[in-house]
Design a protein around this ligand. Structure first.
Ligand SMILES: Cc1cc2nc3c(=O)[nH]c(=O)nc-3n(C[C@H](O)[C@H](O)[C@H](O)COP(=O)(O)OP(=O)(O)OC[C@H]3O[C@@H](n4cnc5c(N)ncnc54)[C@H](O)[C@@H]3O)c2cc1C
Length: 437
């Protein structure tokens, strides 16, 4: 299959990538937008079944996703120079300026002059006894399953972990007919009160939080509360929770647990871009340490949809040569970064969360490596070499962040493939000499 060429490649069609594509194309430049989902929207605007799951390379059909604000899709439908590659994922980089893409039928190169990485974030999943039982998922993961058709009507669900995503997930589950028994937030009530007080500087977010609480009226939201174990034989039957000084057990059908978000930086690392505190290190215009590479949205720091939209727009403008217009948005970004700092501060993890796993608890689910097996090692590399932790199908995307949190091992470096890939695609990587752009 022949190679593709574009002026500006954008990886990720969540809020950040969509905003970047709009800014690029509204300023007369050509962009190619790649996402591994069949529909755009990313995590927050994940397309439901009504949007149709069939991938469409026709841009208008692809944009049919009622979860995305209508004004954004209408503007994206009008621009010229935007090519979309749905259900395609970036699996590797070759030379600077070339990405290896894989879709259901083929692997091919995309050569670009500039790259905007809007790869988003995933949940931080931390091991605790029973966390691998069927019926236990991430909190946002369960939300995603429901958006894509899992029937939870009448099911008893407990959500646990940390951060605003617990409330957003609970609202989706309740609207889908689930019985949300409890939201267990590990942050203490004084942390939560501090967070709510800080929201006076972001009135729209305060209003959003109030709307969520209203939608969840009657659902207990317990601060200073965390999961201790998921219990059941073949499947989840109940959850054991620490609530203040008390331990209680609650029978349930599903348990969704997430301790916040982790930026997806594998592609950035493969490109040699520097990281800072686990996300892309960027300058005031979102440029990474490698030339012609920008990082936006959750990939350059967890801060929610408004930050993602703004950063996408800024990087799109900068990449399209509209530097002054991008610079004019720097103060607005500073305001969003202050919100991101509040999030990180008020939802910081209670040290008890790092002690939930016992010696038998699996940390690496792909390679069956237990907490007890890992205690003998001093760093991620040693642990990988000796136990195969992080060497399985997910390539450390889950257990890498868990090890960083549990043992303080920074997970650095990323090697191909960035995501699970067909062998044929990797062969292409080894045998093709990609031309420089
Ligand atoms: C599971 C989950 C659920 C969430 N739900 C909510 C919610 O309900 N409400 C809310 O306010 N916030 C939610 N968030 C937070 C959310 O991350 C932000 O609000 C917002 O979506 C961030 O936008 P973004 O564009 O930076 O990233 P995202 O929306 O995550 O978009 C990134 C996109 O890039 C794609 N991608 C990544 N790597 C590759 C690759 N190599 N090749 C191709 N495509 C790739 C991803 O599949 C994704 O579609 C959720 C986060 C997670 C992890």
């Amino acid at each position: 299959m022949s190679d593709l060429h574009t002026e500006i490649a954008i990886v990720g069609a969540g809020p950040a990538g969509l905003a970047a594509a709009l800014a690029v194309c509204e300023h007369g430049r050509a962009a190619c937008l790649i996402d591994d989902n069949p529909k755009p929207g990313g995590q927050i605007w994940r397309a439901g079944l009504t949007a149709g799951s069939r991938s469409a390379t026709n841009r208008e059909a692809w944009l049919t996703n009622p979860a995305i604000p209508a004004e954004l899709t209408a503007r994206l439908a009008r621009v010229e120079g935007l090519r979309v590659l749905p259900a395609a994922r970036v699996v590797a980089t070759q030379n600077a300026g070339s990405l290896l893409l894989e879709d259901a039928s083929q692997a091919r190169y995309l050569h670009y002059q500039k790259l905007i990485v809007a790869s988003g974030a995933r949940e931080l999943l931390l091991p605790f006894p029973g966390w691998t039982l069927p019926g236990v998922t991430g909190a946002g993961g369960l939300q995603a399953l429901v958006k894509q058709g899992l029937d939870v009507s009448g099911k008893r669900i407990v959500l646990a972990g940390s951060g605003p995503l617990l409330l957003a997930s609970a609202a989706t589950l309740r609207a889908a007919g689930a019985q949300v028994l409890l939201i267990a937030e590990q942050a203490a009530s004084r942390q939560l009160a501090g967070f709510v007080w800080s929201l006076r500087h972001w009135p729209a977010k305060l209003a959003q939080a109030a709307r969520l609480r209203w939608a969840l009226r009657g659902v207990p939201y317990r601060a200073g509360s965390h999961v201790l174990a998921a219990l059941g034989k073949e499947r989840l039957q109940s959850v054991r929770l620490q609530q203040g000084q008390h331990v209680r057990e609650l029978a349930c059908d599903w348990l969704g647990v997430g301790f916040g978000l982790v930026p997806n930086t594998e592609l950035l690392q493969a490109l040699g871009c520097a990281l800072q505190d686990g996300s892309a290190k960027v300058d005031a215009l979102l440029q990474c340490s490698q030339p012609n590479v920008f990082a936006v949205g959750e990939a350059c720091g967890i801060g929610g949809v408004d930050k993602a939209l703004l950063e996408g727009r800024m990087a799109g403008l900068a990449a399209a040569g509209q530097v002054e217009a991008a610079q004019a948005l720097i103060p607005a970004r500073a305001h969003q970064l202050r919100f991101a700092a509040q999030l990180a501060h008020h939802f910081s993890l209670d040290p008890a969360i790092r002690q939930l796993a016992d010696a038998q608890t699996l940390v690496c689910r792909c390679e069956d490596v237990r907490h007890g097996d890992l205690l003998a090692y001093n760093n991620w590399r040693e642990a990988k070499l000796q136990t195969r932790c992080g060497m399985g199908a997910c390539q450390g995307r889950i257990c890498g962040a868990a090890c960083a949190t549990l043992y303080g091992w920074p997970v650095t470096g990323s090697r191909p493939p960035i995501q699970p890939t067909r062998l044929g695609s990797l062969l292409q990587l080894e045998t093709t000499e990609a031309p420089s752009s």
